[in-house]
Structure formats: C-alpha cells, structure tokens
Write a new protein. Structure first.
Length: 118
C-alpha cells in the first residue's frame, strides 16, 4: 500500500511561482512512476508531469513545458512540482499519483488547490 499527501497549493497571481510537494509513504519500488495530475472545474483530469522514482526520463504536458519541473528527493520520499510563470488556465486541483507505468497509476493523493488570478 502507498500513501500520498500533497501540499503547497494556494492562491497566486499570474506570473507567480508555486512548489507542490507530495510525500510518499508505504511500499515504493524502484520501478514506481510518479505523476502530477490536475483537474479544473468542468474538465477531465489531465497528466501534467511524470517521472520515474529511480530517475531517468521525465514527461511534461505541452501546456506546461518550459514552466513546470518535476523532481524528487528519494531521501525525503518526496516528489515536487515546481510551477513557474503560472497562468490563470493553470487553476485546478493538483494531485500526485504512483503507479507502474507513465500511463497507469494505482495510488492517488487527496489533491491540493491551485488558483491563479489574472
């Protein structure tokens, strides 16, 4: 079993930055993939960024490339999402997830709200 707890959301202005954190506990394998997702009101959930727990390639949605960075600190069992140059369209509930592939996630956090005002 894996537990995920996000933090770091809030209300910011366009152009500001935020860093989201996801503390991971439980049975994490070196083969685990970690992803950040977001869901805006009235929209489907979409993947924002993903990485492998052991490092290597990362994935970013086109809408956040060059602005968001996913990283991890294995010693702290934490995955981060650094979000720069935030836009109002980034407003959403952001959740982290753990799974066996970039496209398959079994465990989810409760989410943290990010609101970007214009």
């Amino acid at each position: 079993q894996v537990q995920l707890v996000e933090s770091g959301g809030g209300l910011v202005q366009a152009g500001d930055s935020l860093r989201l954190s996801c503390v991971v506990s439980g049975r994490i394998l070196s083969s685990t993939y970690m992803g950040w997702f977001r869901q805006a009101p009235g929209k489907e959930r979409e993947i924002v960024a993903a990485t492998h727990w052991s490092g290597g390639n990362t994935y970013y949605a086109d809408s956040v490339k060059g602005r968001f960075t996913i990283s991890r600190d294995n010693a702290k069992n934490t995955v981060y999402l650094q979000m720069n140059s935030l836009k109002p369209e980034d407003t959403a509930v952001y959740s982290c997830a753990a799974g066996s592939a970039y496209t398959h996630y079994n465990y989810w956090g409760q989410g943290t709200q990010v609101t970007v005002s214009s």
